[in-house]
Design a protein around this ligand. Structure first.
Ligand code: SF4
Ligand code: SF4
Length: 378
């Protein structure tokens, strides 16, 4: 298991060329390394074979309904922040077989299939996304209703964090206390130190597993000055954040379930479900059964779904949430309020994806602020 920062097992400095050694060490140890790659004009999470697959010299521009990746002329590896993919697609796959059956006479027999548990190494996890994994741990690793597949994949996963040194305009992790610097729960944490002719990475070792892998990478122990660099850089990134969540949003939304703002947002929302699909913590699914044409085999699959679809709240003859306002209200109040009642944590980590990938630029921070501001004018 990973450790808290207070239990850090050493801090080192490596050259950028050693990122390749780190990826090789993980692959030699049997991990499938998943990390940032440029594809179709976006930074996505895909398998990495070497450091050559990493997008060097790119940053991103994000705003409500806007995402652009562009070359920035630098030789840095991690100037962009989060893209449309979150790590949940690997720990909680979008489409998964739950069981398979074969017809035997007048009945069906369950076919035992043992699914192999992948050993992922997540390379380049941002602090908000690390918190999102910890939020999903509470959802899927919860005693009686635990999801054994999720738990096995999560337990096997090696986490290499990258601390954010600049926010996108849609980020608000600082106000959610989930970033921009990771403070624990990783195996290795990297901070890219690139200024005034210097280009190195500070590496914080957070687990014995991280220590074993890092032993195959060449570096030097960090000096005191090196060690203070991530804190300084992250504080700068936090100060540069343009958005924030209003304080006490949990109680604010509970007091305002019948607010006129829900009708206002319903005029803009297309109920497209983008916000739920890109969100690193959303976990709603549907279960579908399929048979082959001859009816001899059948399978049951679990697929990502969304509280924005009409079918999601269909019960016995109709949908509970027919109106757009009711679906948006359900999503936002769950994320920011009733999630605390269920899981003792916020369902939002401030990654900003729902703002960037909403085609009409609806902004969860702005909706919360509008409700808060209206209270003062009552
Ligand atoms: S609600 Fe939006 S900002 Fe919050 S975690 Fe989900 S996608 Fe990120
Ligand atoms: S808030 Fe935006 S992304 Fe979410 S369902 Fe409505 S239009 Fe789609």
């Amino acid at each position: 298991m990973t450790a808290n920062k207070s239990e850090a097992l050493g801090t080192f400095v490596i050259a950028p060329s050693e990122l390749g050694s780190l990826i090789s060490a993980l692959r030699e140890d049997g991990y499938e390394v998943i990390g940032p790659k440029l594809a179709d004009g976006a930074i996505v999470h895909e398998p990495l074979e070497s450091a050559d697959d990493l997008p060097v010299g790119y940053d991103d521009e994000q705003e409500g309904g806007t995402y652009r990746v562009a070359k920035n002329g630098a030789n840095t590896y991690f100037d962009y922040v989060v893209g449309p993919h979150s790590w949940k697609r690997y720990l909680f796959p979008p489409d998964q077989q739950l069981c398979q059956m074969r017809r035997q006479g007048k009945t069906f027999r369950l076919i035992e299939t043992k699914q192999e548990i992948p050993r992922y190494a997540f390379f380049g996890v941002r602090s908000c996304d690390l918190h999102a994994m910890q939020v999903q741990d509470k959802v899927f690793d919860n005693g009686e209703f635990a999801d054994p597949g999720y738990m096995e994949r999560r337990k096997a996963a090696f986490v290499v964090v990258v601390n954010c040194l600049r926010p996108a305009a849609t980020c608000f992790c600082a106000s959610m206390d989930t970033g921009p610097r990771a403070t624990g729960g990783y195996d290795l944490a990297l901070t890219e130190l690139a200024s005034k002719g210097r280009h190195e990475f500070l590496v914080e070792v957070g687990s014995s597993r991280g220590e074993e892998i890092f032993a195959k990478v060449s570096g030097r122990p960090a000096t005191e000055a090196d060690q203070s660099a991530p804190e300084t850089a992250s504080a700068k990134a936090a100060n540069a954040m343009k958005r924030e969540m209003v304080p006490d949003v949990q109680a604010l939304l509970k007091r305002n379930l019948e607010h006129r703002r829900w009708d206002d947002v319903a005029k803009r929302c297309l109920t497209c479900a983008n916000c739920t699909l890109v969100c690193p913590t959303c976990f709603c699914t549907t279960v579908e059964d399929y048979t082959d044409l001859t009816g001899s085999t059948a399978e049951r699959r679990r697929r990502w779904d969304s509280c924005f679809t009409m079918d999601f709240s269909y019960v016995h003859g109709g949908s509970v949430r027919r109106e757009t306002y009711a679906r948006y209200r359900q999503w936002m109040t769950h994320k920011l309020s009733s999630w605390f009642d269920q899981f003792d944590v916020s369902g939002c980590v401030g990654c900003g994806r729902c703002i960037t990938w909403c085609p009409v630029g609806i902004d969860i921070t702005e909706e919360a602020r509008a409700i808060r501001d209206s209270e003062g004018s009552r």
